[in-house]
Write a protein that binds this ligand. Structure first.
Ligand code: NAD
Length: 396
């Protein structure tokens, strides 16, 4: 890569991959969208119409070998991510991978070893770590205002059933995941990522054991019956077998407990950003719906005292003057204008800065595989009746 030149990005998976285009403006001079690869000709057609200056490819190996890109943003269905990341790293390219990073524990280790062997920058694009409230809570933790953490929650509750079928009625990757008889926590990183950062996981703390429990399947097959008719083969709990709601419990070696929930098929309003945190000097509770204020109570900052019963929640924003994260203070307006709650901007900014400045990205391969390993570990735990399993120690 030429000194001072922008990072030339290739997108793999042109739907979600479009977010690179949205943040290219604010990151002008640091990032240049050079190529898009997708196996769907209709997606490539759309790109050619919108961005005739961007090269299009229908074969990944052709984009990897083109010499026109320095880095790949992998935004294909999750089961493909680990293999495609390894291929890019071995082609001497940096990698930004959508969530989750890997589907098996073997894939996790292979990814770690390939990043170590190639020395390329690898980052997972966990944009939920960068929302304004999550970064403000991170700042409270890092300032010591919350005290020592003891308990945390994260939940991704998003009725995705309308995304299970494409226009022709074929199952999408989200729909196919609902037909998977393996029960587990299939989408943990939006919930675990911010919590792991609050708890300094891989930065002194580590995850110890994890167990998962899953409810029976109800939402997906009922939706299939409504949409395709009760006689359709998918309109049965045996075919849409993935349970509606998975609850994962994780312990840390510092005696914290984390509870995660994922539910992508129950009928209800979304709450994709549920979080809670308990520390020895304060407590945090995220908003329940879009527009509601997240709540916080901090000893010596918030009204009342605990345990005399006078402690009162206050909106998180009331403490922004003191605890707004410096990144949000400086770049919040730009980040927000780039969409997706600001997260996409910060993810791409941190990825290209890591490349241009030769430093480790803030969500590195160890974070990526630690958070993603909950997918295979949860499947194994459920198959063993909820038995707790060790989380591998990917980072020595
Ligand atoms: N972080 C977030 O907020 C967020 C939001 C949406 C999606 N995502 C992630 O982005 C990824 C994609 O999600 P999506 O909703 O865009 O899915 P999608 O199915 O709409 O798009 C995936 C694209 O990948 C293409 N593709 C599939 N296999 C390919 C291959 N082998 N080579 C090249 N292209 C291939 C498909 O043709 C499709 O265009 C997922 O990992 C998802 O978890 C993250």
């Amino acid at each position: 890569m030429a000194q001072g030149a922008p990072v030339r990005m290739g997108i793999l998976g042109g739907n979600r991959g479009g977010c690179v285009d949205q943040v290219s403006g604010p990151l002008q001079g640091k990032i240049m969208l050079a190529a898009v690869c997708d196996t769907d000709e209709a997606v490539l057609h759309r790109w050619r119409d919108d961005r005739p200056d961007v090269k299009t490819y229908d074969r990944y190996e052709d984009m990897l070998g083109s010499g026109e890109i320095d880095a790949v943003f992998i935004a294909t269905p999750p089961a493909l991510h680990a293999r495609q990341a390894v291929e890019a790293l071995q082609a001497d390219l940096h990698v930004l991978s959508e969530v989750y990073a890997a589907s098996t524990v073997d894939e996790c280790w292979h990814l770690v070893e390939t990043v170590r062997d190639t020395g390329k920058v690898y980052m997972m694009a966990e944009n939920y770590c960068y929302t304004r409230p999550n970064m403000m809570v991170l700042n409270m933790m890092q300032c010591g205002a919350m005290g020592e953490p003891t308990y945390a929650e994260g939940a991704y509750i998003h009725d995705c059933r309308a995304l299970m079928f494409d226009e022709s009625g074929e199952l999408t990757w989200r729909g196919r995941s609902k037909t998977n008889p393996l029960q587990g926590n299939w989408y943990p990183t939006h919930s675990l990522g911010p919590v792991a950062q609050w708890l300094s996981v891989n930065r002194g703390a580590r995850l110890l054991d994890t167990a998962t429990f899953v409810t029976r399947p109800e939402g997906a097959w009922r939706f299939a019956a409504d949409r395709m008719g009760a006689d359709h083969p998918l309109a049965s709990p045996g075919r849409m077998a993935s349970g509606d709601s998975a609850t994962t419990v994780i312990t840390t070696q510092r005696g914290c407990v984390i509870v995660l929930r994922v539910d992508t098929s129950s009928p209800r309003p979304h709450n994709m950003t549920h979080y809670a945190l308990q520390g020895t000097r304060g407590s945090y509770l995220s908003e329940r719906w879009h527009g509601e204020a997240p709540l916080v109570w901090l000893e010596e900052h918030s009204p009342g005292r605990s345990p005399d019963g006078s402690a009162q929640w206050q909106p998180l924003w009331e403490l922004a003057h003191e605890f707004e994260h410096p990144r949000w203070r400086a770049e919040g307006d730009v980040a927000e204008s780039a969409g997706h709650g600001g997260g996409d901007y910060f993810v791409l900014a941190d990825f290209v800065d890591a490349i241009l400045e030769g430093r480790d990205p803030p969500i590195d391969v160890y974070d990526a595989v630690t958070w993603s390993s909950i997918v295979p570990l949860s499947i194994e735990s459920v198959s063993l009746g909820g038995e707790p399993l060790n989380v591998p120690r990917f980072k020595a």
